[in-house]
Ligand binder design. Structure first.
Ligand SMILES: Nc1ncnc2c1ncn2[C@@H]1O[C@H](COP(=O)(O)OP(=O)(O)O)[C@@H](O)[C@H]1O
Ligand SMILES: [Mg+2]
Ligand SMILES: [Zn+2]
Length: 455
């Protein structure tokens, strides 16, 4: 067998003959790593290169039959919701996240639920049988139908799948497995690509539900090639704020459902618990007392409105340059809102430090938070407490104008359910108004309206 060395970008999988500081394909710096590439010898049996065995006659779409895939529920509420109702036979899911975030924990819990009806094979290249069983004990899982195997050689993993013939396969993690025919070390592009395609070829035709776990780098990118994301049906990212017990699971790609949903979990000693009532979790200060600098809003995560508590602190600065700090919301968006407040309602912010934060350690991007940020800043700056039975939800533009946000009815319904009485929002049409809940809607055209109503 002939060997040839190539330089492979660890981010995108681009192959170059010579080393370069910057990947010519994806532009990443310092990502090219020398790998030995095997020339395929002519005698070696050719393996199929395709991932799926789809091959059909040509038919008209109108004459083709739709297949509704039955969903296999894990009975972990947030996980099922996020997947679009459950798992589909043969589904290959990549679960990525930083070390220690709870990937193995979640998978063991999923395995426990699925093993009630299905046979599960859990392969670990990260932990020993003893460690896994220790975790299972802590989580209260007995796992009669869960088979454990500690292995990193993909060929042995394939054998073990053929021997056990499971319905569900969990591989923890893709970065630890290697293909013995490839000389590069585990975790490199060549290995990750080859091992994943081996799994796809093995599991897809058998309809095995497969989970592949993967690490992410410090920047939150998948360690290993992006091509991994193309090879799987579903990519889930596990995410959290630092030192927070809350875990967010976000779909990055989902062939069988929407990617707009998130799953919320709380890490406890007994494993991950679904947080179904997100609103009550995020609003942290007591609503009975009026607080200066606090405004409530209902932000959407996917299609779900979540009660969000925006906190602002405006205080005289001691530095030549005032400080502007935003936690949980986009700082640039906040800077724009501060400028709009100064310009349009003459709010004196130029020699003030401003801190804006979302309670509960969430990060949200919903523009509906704009109005709540403005209200909280006005409240802190002018030392007036906002009415504690009110929510603020509208987008604010650079001209100070207040604009509508999508799904206002759903947000108002949730606000009403949580006991709020009034909502500050952009003007709605008459027909829209008829559909709205019984809450009092205070319609605003611009920031001036807001200032007039609050002060
Ligand atoms: N005895 C324990 N009590 C409570 N939480 C624990 C305990 N042991 C581990 N954990 C939690 O589990 C996390 C590790 O989860 P794990 O599933 O191993 O993460 P990953 O597989 O993503 O690296 C730890 O960060 C910690 O939050
Ligand atoms: Mg782990
Ligand atoms: Zn690249």
């Amino acid at each position: 067998m002939k060997f040839k060395t190539v330089f492979v970008c660890q981010k995108c999988g681009f192959e170059a003959a010579k080393w370069a500081g910057k990947c010519p394909d994806c532009g990443e710096w310092n990502s090219l790593v020398e790998e030995v590439k095997q020339q395929e010898s002519k005698k070696a049996p050719t393996r199929t290169r395709s991932f799926t065995d789809f091959s059909s006659e040509i038919v008209k779409l109108s004459e083709s039959k739709a297949v509704k895939e039955p969903r296999i529920e894990t009975h972990i509420g947030e996980f099922d919701r996020l997947l679009g109702g459950g798992l589909v036979k043969g589904q290959l899911t990549l679960l990525a996240g930083a070390p220690g975030i709870g990937k193995s924990t979640l998978m063991l819990q999923v395995a426990a639920e699925l093993s009630k009806n299905l046979k599960v094979l859990y392969i670990s290249g990260e932990e020993s049988i003893g460690q896994i069983s220790g975790r299972a004990q802590r989580l209260g899982i007995n796992g009669d139908n869960i088979f454990l195997h500690c292995e990193t050689d993909i060929q042995k993993i394939v054998e073990s799948v053929q021997n056990v013939s499971p319905d569900v396969l969990i591989l923890d993690s893709i970065q630890t497995v290697y293909h013995p025919e490839f000389t590069s070390s585990a975790g490199t592009v060549a290995q990750v690509r080859e091992c994943t395609s081996e799994l796809v070829r093995l599991c897809k035709p058998k309809g095995i539900i497969t989970f592949v776990l993967g690490h992410v780098t410090k920047d939150g990118e998948l360690a290993g090639p992006k091509i991994l994301e193309h090879m799987v049906d579903c990519v889930l990212y596990f995410d959290t704020e630092k030192d927070n017990v809350l875990r967010l699971l976000r779909p990055h790609k989902n062939r069988f459902g929407s990617t707009g949903e998130i799953g919320l979990f709380k890490m406890t000693g007994h494993g991950l618990e679904s947080v179904e009532n997100a609103s009550e979790y995020f609003a942290q200060t007591s609503r009975q007392h009026a607080l200066k600098g606090r405004a409530y809003s209902l932000a959407l995560e996917g299609s779900r409105p979540i009660l969000t508590e925006v906190q602002a602190l405006v205080s005289p600065t001691r530095y030549p340059f005032p400080r502007r700090v935003a936690t949980g919301v986009d700082l640039n968006r906040c800077l724009m809102l501060f400028a709009a407040l100064e310009k349009h309602i003459n709010l004196p912010l130029d020699n003030k430090d401003i801190f804006v934060s979302l309670a509960g350690g969430v990060k949200l991007k919903d523009p509906a938070l704009d109005l709540a940020v403005c209200a909280a800043v006005i409240s802190s700056c002018k030392e007036i407490a906002l009415p504690h039975d009110s929510v603020f939800m509208a987008e604010v533009g650079i001209l100070g104008q207040v604009a509508k946000v999508p799904l206002i009815e759903r947000r108002l319904d949730e606000a009403q359910r949580l006991g709020f009485k009034k909502a500050y929002a952009a003007a709605v049409t008459k027909t829209e108004k008829q559909k709205l809940s019984k809450m009092t809607l205070l319609e605003l055209a611009d920031l001036n309206d807001l200032a007039l109503k609050l002060c």
